[in-house]
Write a protein that binds this ligand. Structure first.
Ligand SMILES: Nc1ncnc2c1ncn2[C@@H]1O[C@H](COP(=O)(O)OP(=O)(O)O)[C@@H](O)[C@H]1O
Ligand SMILES: O=P(O)(O)OC[C@H](O)CO
Length: 529
């Protein structure tokens, strides 16, 4: 299995059946493609920065035409870097940022607007008014009463359901209310809605395939994971026609082939998967109780809950991890919105030139000298759930240097990890079996060590931290028989280092207390009422 040649020239001579799979990850910061061989080694890669647009305060968009050009380019470049031919690719798996969506004209394929990112806050007032509305109150109390009599988990989850800006639902409502062109197209049944996966599939197949998968659908806020279909209740509550939503397919599935004109050969598209679920799969977190911590643009903590969906009061929401044939794996997830965004922001301010420098900068100090950073460019998610919180530095002094600022940013990421992990332990009553980290920020040893200390657990970091790419490739590889089963994938996984707790959590007590105070003072900042 691992006897495949690593030299590109030699690989080009290989028989076609040896093959390679492509794993794509369309993140919020980076879009990347890795070419994997049967030993799951990366043979060639390419990455480009995603250009997020900020047309108004709080709005975050992506130009679909630019994204498409980048998507095609990274595939071509990665295949070239691997020194192989397109016809050696046996399958393509695509992992995508979730909740980001677009609508387009069914007849012409032309989009009506840019992608509206999961980070976009334009629907914040809608979210607030819906969550406080009489209708929602009636909905919640009816579900509570019905749950009391039936003990149905679905009704319990519904009784806790609230809208968030990260879900697609109310951002889509905003579009339907504000863009006349879209309204008209919906009325004429000439409008398609898609998350990034659906739109890429549509583009790759030149409009002949329109679909999404269960993992992506379950992250929109429009899907009922208990019934495994689009939610009739939520869509009718907020007046979104069901006809606007794509058919939902298995995660590892034959979605069709890339139109030959694009890469010269028809590559099978055999996995569509949401990025966090994909990272979970790439990390081989296949067992109930397996946990993964992804630190990319945001932080996402996911726990495998087996076949049981879990909604909690503090902020864990149920998701479909993946569906492959009869197998449906559920996850509970919570998140912090600003992780890589804080690093990127600090870099733009020239606090450092390369994110890799931040580890050394933080380690060069004893502490942050009382400086605290609140990572809340996009509000604070669980357990505080405050979309009006502001990002802030507190405790600045004349002696504060950029080193203190950088250290405070990294500490805030670890503190948010601790908050999420503690909430998980409190609310999800499943013993944790293992914890694995991934995403760009997990390359930072300072954040990793501090997180391990704060949660008092071992955390495994893989050799290749681009787990969303590997997850998508793994799902694609299983679909085409490139890999046999999950047992084989487990054997191929490579751990780089296991971070073990070195300091007692108590040693962080003072700084944690200070930070918690800073967070409280940043809350509700933008609330005008
Ligand atoms: N060594 C590092 N220390 C801290 N942050 C890092 C490091 N290396 C990369 N990053 C950050 O990781 C983020 C990108 O993570 P990635 O998982 O690729 O994002 P996404 O998948 O959300 O697009 C960037 O903000 C980058 O600055
Ligand atoms: O861009 P990422 O990788 O941080 O992921 C974004 C999430 O999918 C949003 O739900």
């Amino acid at each position: 299995m691992s006897g495949l040649p690593t030299d590109p020239e030699q690989r080009a001579q290989e028989p076609r059946h040896a093959g390679f799979v492509l794993g794509l990850d369309v993140g919020s910061t980076v879009i990347r493609c890795h070419v994997y061989d049967r030993a799951a080694r990366v043979c060639g890669s390419s990455a480009q920065k995603v250009e997020n647009l900020y047309p108004q305060i709080g709005w975050v968009e992506i130009d679909p035409d630019v994204l498409w050009i980048q998507f095609v380019a990274v595939i071509k470049e990665a295949v070239k870097a691997a020194g192989i031919q397109m016809n050696q690719i046996v399958g393509l798996g695509i992992s995508t940022q979730r909740g980001t969506f677009i609508t387009w004209n069914k007849k012409t394929g032309n989009h009506f607007h840019n992608f509206i990112s999961w980070q976009d806050l334009r629907a914040v007032e809608l979210v607030k008014s819906w969550n406080n509305s009489l209708l929602m109150k009636i909905f919640h109390s009816s579900c509570r009463v019905l749950h009391f009599f039936t003990r149905s988990k679905r009704l319990y989850a519904a009784s806790l359901f609230t809208f968030t800006t990260q879900q697609t639902s109310l951002r889509l409502v905003w579009i339907l209310q504000n863009l006349i062109e879209v309204q008209k197209a919906v009325e004429e049944e000439n409008c398609c809605f898609g998350t990034v996966d659906t739109w890429l599939l549509y583009k790759l197949t030149k409009g002949s395939v329109y679909a999404t998968d269960f993992s992506n659908a379950s992250t929109t806020g429009l899907f009922d994971p208990y019934k495994m279909c689009w939610s009739g209740i939520i869509t009718s509550l907020i007046s979104i026609p069901l006809s606007l939503l794509p058919p939902v397919r298995d995660t590892s599935h034959n979605f069709g082939s890339v139109d030959e004109e694009i890469f010269g050969v028809p590559i099978p598209i055999v996995a569509l998967v949401a990025d966090q679920q994909s990272a979970m799969f790439g990390e081989c977190c296949f067992q109930t109780g397996d946990v993964k911590l992804t630190m990319g643009t945001g932080t996402f903590l996911d726990v495998n809950t087996g076949n049981s969906l879990q909604q909690t009061i503090g902020g864990f929401y149920p998701l479909i991890g993946w569906k492959i044939g009869q197998e449906v794996v559920c996850l509970a997830e919570s998140n912090a919105g600003d992780t890589g965004t804080a690093i990127k922001w600090a870099q733009q301010l020239d606090l450092f030139t390369d994110a890799a420098e931040t580890e050394k900068m933080a380690k060069s100090l004893e502490d942050s000298e009382g400086v605290c950073f609140v990572p809340s460019f996009n509000g604070l998610q669980a357990p505080l759930n405050d979309p009006w919180a502001c990002a802030s530095f507190m405790g600045l002094k004349p002696s504060t240097s950029k080193y203190h600022l950088v250290r405070a940013i990294l500490e805030s990421i670890a503190f948010r990890n601790k908050q999420l992990y503690e909430m998980m332990k409190k609310e999800i009553h499943i013993p944790v079996t293992k914890i694995r980290a991934d995403g760009g920020v997990c390359k930072n040893g300072f954040v990793m060590q501090m997180t391990s200390d704060l949660i008092n657990e071992n955390i495994d970091r893989p050799v290749d931290v681009d787990m969303s790419c590997l997850g998508a490739a793994s799902l694609a590889g299983l679909a085409v028989g490139f890999w046999t089963d999950k047992e084989e994938l487990k054997k191929l996984r490579q751990s780089e280092v296991v971070f073990k707790p070195q300091k007692k959590c108590q040693e962080y007590e003072m700084s944690l207390e200070n930070w918690t105070k800073a967070v409280k003072r940043s809350m509700n900042w933008y609330n005008k009422t």
